[in-house]
Design a protein around this ligand. Sequence first.
Ligand SMILES: Cc1cc2nc3c(=O)[nH]c(=O)nc-3n(C[C@H](O)[C@H](O)[C@H](O)COP(=O)(O)OP(=O)(O)OC[C@H]3O[C@@H](n4cnc5c(N)ncnc54)[C@H](O)[C@@H]3O)c2cc1C
Length: 452
Amino acid sequence: MTQPREHAVVIGGSLMGLLAARILADHFTRVTLIERDRFTEAVASRPGLGQARHLHVLWSRGLEIAEQLFPGLEDELRVAGVPEVRVPADMLWLTSAGWRRRFESTRLLTFSRDLLDWTVRARLAKTGSLRLLAGHEVTGLLAGAEAVTGVEVRERGTTGPGEPITADLVVDATGRASKTPAWLERLGYPAVRQTLINPLLGYASRTYAIPAGFDPGWKALYLQADPPHGTRTGALFPQEGGRWIVSLFGVGEDYPPTGDDGFLEFAKSLRSPLLYEAIRDAEPLTPGVSYRRTGNLRRHYERMRAWPKRFLVAGDALCAFNPLYGQGMTVAAKSALTLDACLRADGDLDGLARRFHRKVIKNATGPWLVATGEDLRYGTTEGATAGVRTRVLNRYVDRVQHLANVDPRVCDRFIDVLALTAQPQSLFLPEVLWRAATTRTRPPAGPDDLIP
Ligand SMILES: Cc1cc2nc3c(=O)[nH]c(=O)nc-3n(C[C@H](O)[C@H](O)[C@H](O)COP(=O)(O)OP(=O)(O)OC[C@H]3O[C@@H](n4cnc5c(N)ncnc54)[C@H](O)[C@@H]3O)c2cc1C
């Protein structure tokens, strides 16, 4: 049955909300995007996007989709000074299995997250049918007997009952802290089941000015922990504005400190001194900041028997990953395309949520396995333990890691999985299995082998 597609509302103006609004603008006469924060004219951080002060990697599939939805976006980012890092060709990468040879496998545009969102938002704002309602918070859902009919909105900083905004479709893109479980209970729906697999991972990050004339033969560093005993990872990437973003990560409550000395000490304790040596005398541009809400979280909306029509949940609000593997934005981008496909396939808005949630969760299975599989290497991870299957798989992944360090084809296959252009099962293709069984090449002994 075809229903009116007059007005759609998206709650949350971060990447998922922005991309969803872009898709809905193709299908609805009007779209309203409601964001709690106020936006600034220039690129700036905002409270609702606290994670933007930490390293954000957008893998190739995510960038491709963003470019497809906003043609020319990549050029705009380059014009804004965003560097390109070829991975691992421009990067010294210490994996859990040793140093990786510097093959030409993929490339990343290493923008700050604030710049990415600002650029996408500026492009979206040019859409004639879009109304951007910033500085407004959604406080609840409006609903009839079986369907959501709109939202209740209050200007930030005011009190009292919210104003109603009616809509033919409402999308929740409010991230991990989404209030949908509470909103649904208020409407009389049963409690939402959720899964949380929490590696108790903490981030600490700060930016530094890249020292003048710095040219050590690499552009980025990624020094990974070696589980199950090694808990500490560090990353350094260039960003626009001639700066580095440095993020330190500790699993199992081994949280990196944010103070000057503690930050440097943690950097010094990584498996290679390279990152510490790079930042030791560099000029910090920002103070250290931390982030700890990083567990893998799934809300099982796709399994709920009763669900209000014309309401769907997307992005981190539906399924969020340990961000260390850099998957959330690419999953959000893929979900935007799924929304488009669902809307094109069928005029029935009433059944849209079921179709959408099921497809998104199916697409999220690979990244979920990658993130939780790695996290379950640590006995300190809460919410699940590694069963025999996970342990056997992780042994095989260890072997693939070794191979990826020395074999460009396996490195490509491995990065395809991380970049969400291939499913984890692709690591079991005959080509990889054969190489895993026969290759005996040793990995590079140390970074000196990797710097020309
Ligand atoms: C520390 C950290 C590092 C990360 N690194 C990476 C990375 O390297 N690569 C990657 O792909 N992903 C990364 N992620 C994940 C990525 O940030 C998210 O997947 C991405 O932002 C998509 O999330 P979202 O849009 O669904 O929600 P969010 O980004 O959480 O945004 C939710 C938005 O909703 C707004 N909002 C909330 N409540 C309301 C309300 N009631 N009314 C109106 N507005 C509301 C908030 O202000 C916010 O703007 C990282 C996450 C964290 C925490």
